[in-house]
Design a protein around this ligand. Structure first.
Ligand code: NDP
Ligand code: GDR
Length: 353
């Protein structure tokens, strides 16, 4: 029987990869997209299907996690077997500027979807995936971090996601909902949003190499992240909803890398050597003659409270789901820079991250 999935956040990085994965598996996929003044469907252009085709398998609906009646209507119309709640204001630094909106969309938005399932009496049918995050761990209390590590979020984003995590657990226990949290560590790709640090760096490496950007400004270079590839992680999301019993799982690579190292690898892809601010060199930005590029620190990118170290232990997912990452961080850096070079040669748009 054909399965039906509903993906919120379908226009984002993970939504785009997950929609492809589910379509390949034969699902009918409904996606929730926000109304915006310019196109926001760039990541799903190649799977977009015109509404006028017969029996479309990929259908978009306007919606917003802050609008409960809209969510109830979409769930009612689509009667999904699986809901993947990926929509969120997902930028940690931006959450310090928009804490109330972030709480509303990321925290209460999750509650609204769960209530839609309950109001429509779909608890027995609809399985629910919640995009939980390693940002729940926040302040380092245990390394590596696993499903049993205590949470201590360090941003309005992390705190909003903490509410979402627990409300899913509560609906599972209270109403028997098949609801699972994927506690996903950072995952990136050529489709990553341009203002997250990895994509900002890969774009800068490509743009500086092509002579289209002079300098790169970054914040905390010493933060360490467990970076995997989004393609691997959406497969893990799907696996969680195929289990007989709902549960919570960490997805991670088990390798942590400092931001500083990510920068050096990305620029090495275009044969540029990085010089760090404060080492007394004369160069400003990129110096083609020496092949060196000075990266400067802009305190604007420091966060009021930072998450210093993330390193995940994915052994439960390996054991119970048979999940493992396939792409190393080093290979992903190469892919991201390569793809950004391609994109820039066809669409030369630059924005500050
Ligand atoms: P993105 O920021 O790329 O995508 C977020 C998606 O949510 C976009 O489609 C966005 O729409 C949509 N969205 C934002 N606000 C609302 C709203 N109020 N109502 C409806 N839709 C909204 O995130 P990712 O794809 O990287 O991440 C997916 C999910 O996983 C997020 O919940 C994120 O917090 C979480 N997560 C991500 C990790 C990562 O490393 N990528 C790690 C752990 C968790 P639009 O395109 O219009 O902006
Ligand atoms: P993160 O990702 O906060 O881990 O959240 P991000 O790429 O924004 O930051 C990673 C680390 O890099 C440091 N950093 C910078 N960050 C940005 N964005 N811009 C900079 O210029 C810069 N310089 C240094 C940050 O301080 C941080 O330590 C991501 C999001 O996808 C969340 O939605 C998700 O939940 C978590 O990953 C897991």
């Amino acid at each position: 029987m054909t399965k039906t999935a509903l993906i919120t956040g379908v226009t984002g990085q993970d939504g785009a990869y997950l929609a492809r994965l589910l379509l390949d598996k034969g699902y009918v996929v409904h996606g929730v997209k926000r109304r915006s003044s310019s196109f926001n469907t760039g990541r799903i252009e190649d799977i977009y299907q015109d509404r006028h085709v017969e029996n479309p398998r990929f259908i978009l609906h306007y919606g917003d996690l802050t609008d409960a009646t809209n969510l109830i209507r979409i769930v009612q119309e689509t009667q999904p077997d699986e809901i993947y709640n990926l929509a969120a204001q997902s930028h940690v630094q931006v959450s310090f500027e928009t804490p109330e909106y972030t709480a509303n969309a990321d925290g209460l938005g999750t509650l609204r979807l769960l209530e839609a399932i309950r109001i429509l009496k779909l608890e027995g049918r609809t399985r629910f995936y919640q995009a939980s995050t390693s940002e729940l761990y926040g302040l380092v209390r245990e390394v590596p971090q696993s499903e049993t590590t205590p949470f201590y979020p360090r941003s309005p984003y992390g705190v909003a996601k903490l509410y979402a995590y627990w409300i899913v657990v509560n609906y599972r226990e209270a109403y028997g909902l098949h609801g699972s949290n994927g506690i996903l560590f950072n995952h990136e790709s050529p489709l990553r949003g341009e203002t997250f640090v990895t994509r900002k760096i890969s774009r800068a490496a490509a743009a500086i190499h092509l002579g289209r950007q002079g300098k790169l400004y970054l914040g905390n270079l010493d933060a360490r992240r467990d970076w995997g590839h989004a393609k691997d992680y959406v497969h893990g999301m799907w696996l969680m909803l195929q289990q007989e019993m709902p549960d919570d799982y960490v997805l991670a690579t088990g390798v942590t890398t400092p931001v500083r190292q990510f920068v050096e690898w990305a620029f090495a892809e275009v044969d540029i050597t990085i010089v760090w601010e404060g080492v007394g060199v004369e160069e400003k930005g990129y110096d083609a003659a020496s092949g060196r590029c000075l990266v400067e620190i802009d305190p604007r990118y420091f966060r009021p409270t930072e998450v210093d170290l993330l390193l995940g232990d994915p052994s439960k997912a390996r054991r119970k789901l048979g999940w493992a990452h396939t792409t190393t961080v080093r290979d992903m850096v190469s892919e991201m820079v390569r793809e950004d070079l391609k994109v820039m040669l066809t669409a030369p748009i630059m924005r500050d991250g």
